[in-house]
Write a protein that binds this ligand. Sequence first.
Ligand code: 9MR
Length: 567
Amino acid sequence: AKPTVSGDLRFNQLGFSPLSEKIAVLVTQDSPEVSPKFAVRAVETGEAMLTGQLKPGHEKTLSGKSTLVADFSGLATPGHYYLEITGTEAADVLRSTPFDVDQEIYQDLAAASIKAFYYQRASTELKEVHAGPWHRAAGHPDDKVLIHASAADDTRPENTLVSAPKGWYDAGDYNKYVVNSGITMGTLMSVYERYPEYFLTQSLNIPESENALPDILDEVRYNLDWLAAMQDPSDGGVYHKLTTAGFEGMVAAHEATQPRYMVQKTTAATLDFAAVMAQAARVYAPYGEKESKRYLQAALAAWQWAEKHPAVTYRQDELNRQFDPDVTTGAYNDEQLDDERLWAAAELFLATDDANYWKVIRSAPSEYELPTWASVRWLGYYSLLAHKEKLPQDSGPWRSALEKNLTVAARQLRSAGERSAYRVPMVSDPDLFVWGSNAVAANQGILFLEAFRITGDSGFLRSAEATRDYLLGRNATGFSYITGFGHKTPQQPHHRLAAANPDMPPLPGFLVGGPNPSQQDGCEYTSKVADESYTDHVCSYASNEIAINWNAPLAYLVNGLNAIERQ
Ligand code: 9MR
């Protein structure tokens, strides 16, 4: 058969840093017997800078298609290029859209992935000088929040007014959920802790940019201020969420004015809060002793509440049978609390050196588990592994076992990626495509960066890059899943702040949820295949919503890689 060059070319649409692996994938209907040739040409002169032959992808795509892979990793000279694939006949040519090779290529995306949190700020006006064309009026003052019947007690009866301003909107909706803020905050503080020097020079152009704190810590503090107010000062328990009873319509923030409630205290929220505050006590210590102590006190009080209330879970349906008004917003309900307990114990151990926390840590399972909002054990283990010097003297074998579990998981994922059609781990298993699958990918990227940090094996860096390539276009839909970065990006994310401004491009730097074959939103999709089940429509909250717990691992991955690549 003649080499065929018809098909779709999939690659990272933003471009490549000079020393990274560079791969483009041609998705074809049938695999030709003779592989076509490719050339990477300079846009300006047409000169071929590098030539080669496409190689068959190892496995079929999840939809059963074949792929051919062009590897032009050798092209390290910065420049503006396009890829050309040629068959046997002169007319048989396929050209890619142009892309860059550039040492600075990830600077803007790295900053934008954190600036996204600034755009999500509640209770404040976004000025044009910081927000550019996305400037807007303040929404949700949250200084008069009602204690919901489910949260009422002697000190705060039903309808007591409390104040919990600031913080970030969770996602496309305007509510603020403690559990989801937990993993988000842990991830953001951790990327800062891994690459502190790098963050000293990053400017986000936010209102606090001029102060002494790195901008990422200013942004995180905006949410810490809110989170602190989610704790009941009388007993240390933490409310599950601050929310309207039902979701608001797709209106601008300042026009979304339904009453806001503090709903039931839960063990998951309280333990996540304890972990975040204990980590904050460590991270902010060099910048303010008083602040750091306050965070630690809050963490300790939360831990004590959770000791007394070890299994208060959030069950929205039951709650609605007992109390008015019915609450129908995000539930973030979780029945498994051992992992939250481990994470809190880990951060509190690092903060206090108290042997009681070490006991909790030593009795926990240690097999690797990719973090999600409901599964946070490895946030604790990542922190412990990154602070070896604070571990007990005789913990060497325990730590080695933990490191082994991490690197074995990373190695398995890496080889699954190398065998796959797109040469990325994400497409090796349809079960990975849950609601928010892009955050699964981004968290895999974090795992690779951690495996690289522990072993120094640069193969893990290649896998982290591949994950970044996946999110930026080397995937089954050909979308770059990050708003504003790439030539085919989400135009209609499920994001109230964006939907309220239909004449503007969507706010930039946001990762959408990504392919999710469960399609819980009932919107129109063109495919049911796991990695194709994505629709760029505002209706699709199950595949096209933005969320803070998805942007945080994106921020970790792109900033972590950028820090390493720019060294
Ligand atoms: O990310 C959450 C996902 O794991 C759940 O399956 C889904 C349904 O409960 O909810 C997702 O979180 C949403 C939250 O409930 C409300 N704000 C938007 C979140 C992202 O879609």
